[in-house]
Design a protein around this ligand. Structure first.
Ligand code: PLP
Length: 384
């Protein structure tokens, strides 16, 4: 199968997901199998598919493709990124402790703080771009480290190799949320991560028309355990959405190339604007994570944040945008801008948000694949 052929580049394997897998018809686009259940040939025999929560042909092709992309043994797809994270957190027990990036997706903070905390799973939030700070936060009950790198919304970069080694030394599970860079740009399992998570709603889907989540386990045993949790609790991705995600993945490497090129151009332009203060983009030479990003990623991605001179200016920009949409989410082909303090990070207590620097003059831009000149022109008129 081309999608698993190690002699092919990652770019080719992505395009080949599902090609030739439907042997009966030779379909290039792997079909959608909506069937909820499957005929058994005889008692004790199975076609390999029994019931669609437990397994579905369209989902299987997608999951095998995703496992190859991240370099893991097993991938599982979910109805959303939060469903993937929730299923992963169910792996832990009451009394366990996690060390988590403080520069974190707001929904991940919310599910830990308002749901799993009640079940006895505690978490400490630290600056995971500082490996010593991570080590200092470990307790005898710590079971895992969860990092987002680059972080959200301030794009801090964690040292994947150092954290991978720390986890191995201390017997901890190393979990990386790879939503921002995707396996085209960063493959955390190669640095010792045990599990990669994605909100496939973002770059993997890439068109703001799909909500999906992914877990990829480096080793088969953990993959089996996560499959058990998913099959038991049921947060699967439906076959129609699996098909759409397969279709979307085929252009992932092209899209990421353009996202990176556009984001760098926009970041450089923003730096020259008189109403703009700090610009956070790992591709800028003065970003503290720039060198590290070069070592562990093939590109800097399409996400950036910047500060404007006042909360009023931030609100005016959002109101004046013409092409760029003021909307939550990220990673679509269309440029999207948000105000993290109010939107994506609104559930983080104010004092904590301000300590992190997520104030109301901070804007986050998901740079799309339109012409960079048009994106810049829209920002220019909105800032005027
Ligand atoms: C959006 C997002 C999530 C949550 O995913 P959903 O698909 O919205 O449930 C998790 N992590 C990161 C980094 C995200 O951007």
């Amino acid at each position: 199968m081309n999608q698993n052929n190690p002699q092919l580049s990652l770019e080719s394997r992505i395009v080949q997901i599902g090609v030739g897998r439907d042997e009966r018809t030779g379909a290039i686009s792997f079909p959608i199998y909506p069937s909820a259940t499957y005929r058994h040939p005889a008692v004790g025999e199975s076609t390999g598919f029994d019931y669609t929560r437990s397994g579905n042909p369209t989902r299987q092709v997608l999951e095998q493709g995703l496992a190859t992309l991240e370099g893991g043994e097993r991938a599982l797809t979910f109805g959303s990124g939060m469903a993937a994270l929730t299923t992963l957190f169910l792996h832990f027990a009451s009394g366990d402790h996690l060390v988590v990036s403080e520069d974190l997706y707001g929904g991940t903070y919310r599910v830990l703080d308002q749901i799993f905390a009640k079940l006895g799973l505690s978490a400490s939030y630290v600056d995971t771009s500082n490996t010593e700070a991570v080590e200092a936060a470990l307790t005898p009950n710590t079971r895992a480290i969860l990092v987002e790198t680059p972080g959200n919304p301030l794009l801090g970069v964690a040292d994947l190799r150092a954290l991978g080694e720390l986890c191995r030394r201390r017997g901890l599970l190393f979990i990386v949320d790879n939503t921002f860079l995707t396996p085209v740009l960063q493959r955390p399992l190669e640095f010792g991560a045990d599990v990669v998570i994605h909100s496939a709603t973002k770059y993997l889907g890439g068109h703001s028309d799909l909500c999906a989540g992914v877990l990829v386990a480096r080793e088969a045993q953990l993959g089996e355990r996560l499959y058990f949790l998913q099959n038991s609790t049921g947060a699967i991705l439906p076959p129609q959405d699996c098909w759409l995600l397969i279709r979307s993945l085929k252009t992932l490497s092209l899209r990421m190339e353009r996202h990176c090129a556009n984001a760098l151009q926009v970041a450089r332009w923003l730096k020259t604007h008189p109403k703009v203060g700090a610009v956070y983009y790992p591709g800028l030479e003065d970003h503290p994570g720039h060198q590290l990003s070069r070592q562990q990623a093939k590109g800097f991605g399409g996400m950036l944040s910047f500060r404007v001179d006042s909360p009023q200016t931030a609100r005016q920009v959002l109101k004046s945008l013409r092409m760029i949409s003021f909307a939550e989410s990220l990673g679509g082909v269309e440029s999207l801008m948000t105000l993290p303090a109010v939107q994506t990070h609104g559930d983080i207590p104010e004092a904590e948000r301000l300590r992190l620097g997520i104030c109301e003059s901070l804007l986050r831009l998901s740079v799309g694949i339109e012409s960079a000149d048009d994106i810049i022109a829209d920002l220019e008129q909105a800032l005027a």
